[in-house]
Design a protein around this ligand. Structure first.
Ligand code: KIV
Length: 277
């Protein structure tokens, strides 16, 4: 999609200015061109090409199976649909935990091959070297603390995180570390609201919450969840704005009925030019 001159792009600096002025940041996931176009034209500030694509696009139980090539495919499709939003791409499981050189190589591939504006990765002190190395190449990095789905087999459940003093202290320290390293923002997933409030107050970069209460600088949801495409997932933090599963089922039911009864296609929906010769 070509850049229209009138559209003022959202950059990491714009997000910082939003936090500084108290304007909340809106963020959703996107994985394809058509949805990205709709979300961007509706005015979303940030689009996350999340590794949740592994769940909602590919039907896997966890985010672990998705590959770097698949993330780049989704990210390139999203980028083609966006004129204004900042597009951030998840580094998939296995692409940054091994060593910082691999992390940088994966991030460079994402930036070069998709045209995205930054990367996101999960974890704090454990991934410090990777974060520093990616940042040293001039690539904007968003952190992700609290519930980190790529570590699901370590934790065993998707329950609220950082509910002990030790875990809460570590999370706050990790957030401070990510800020000092130069990350432009941090996602906090499924943690107590009081802790998220404290992080958003003490850390000066934008804090985006998902299940982290209202006192942070912005909110993110998985688009399939908020549009009700996915009926089974009903965590307390999710607000559904549509019931697309039912609406699409109903429309497809009518389409099937119209075919079976011969109602579709009508004369007006058919071509009937005289056949020459
Ligand atoms: O992959 C994803 O969708 C995410 C959001 C839940 C923040 O990381």
């Amino acid at each position: 999609m070509s850049i229209s001159k009138e559209v003022k792009r959202v950059t990491t600096h714009v997000l910082q200015a939003m936090k500084d002025s108290g304007e909340k940041i809106s963020m959703l996931t996107a994985y394809d061109y058509s949805m990205a176009r709709i979300l961007d034209s509706a005015g979303i500030d940030v689009l996350l090409v999340g590794d949740s694509a592994s769940n909602v696009m590919a039907g896997h139980e966890t985010t672990l199976p998705i590959t770097l090539d698949q993330m780049i495919y989704h990210a390139s499709s999203v980028i083609r649909g966006v004129q204004r939003a900042l597009v951030v791409v998840d580094l998939p499981f296995g692409s940054y935990q091994g060593n910082s050189k691999e992390a940088l190589t994966a991030s460079i591939r994402i930036m070069k091959e998709s045209g995205a504006h930054g990367v996101k990765l999960e974890g704090g002190s454990e991934v410090k070297e990777s974060v520093s190395r990616i940042l040293s190449a001039g690539i904007p990095v968003m952190g992700h603390l609290g519930l980190t789905p790529q570590s699901i087999y370590k934790f065993g459940t998707y329950v609220v995180r950082a509910t002990s003093i030790e875990e809460a202290d570590k999370l706050l320290e990790d957030a401070r570390m990510l800020e000092e390293l130069g990350c432009f923002s941090i996602v906090l997933e499924k943690i107590p609201s009081s802790l998220a409030r404290k992080v958003a107050k003490e850390v000066k970069i934008p804090i985006i919450g998902i299940g982290a209460g209202p006192d942070v600088d912005g909110q993110v949801l998985v688009v399939h969840d908020m549009l009700g495409i996915n009926k089974e997932f009903k965590p307390r933090f999710l607000r559904r704005y549509m019931n697309l599963f039912d609406e699409i089922s109903e429309a497809v039911g009518r389409y099937i009925e119209d075919i079976k009864t011969g109602d579709f296609p009508s004369k007006e929906e058919s071509y009937d030019p005289p056949i020459k010769g």
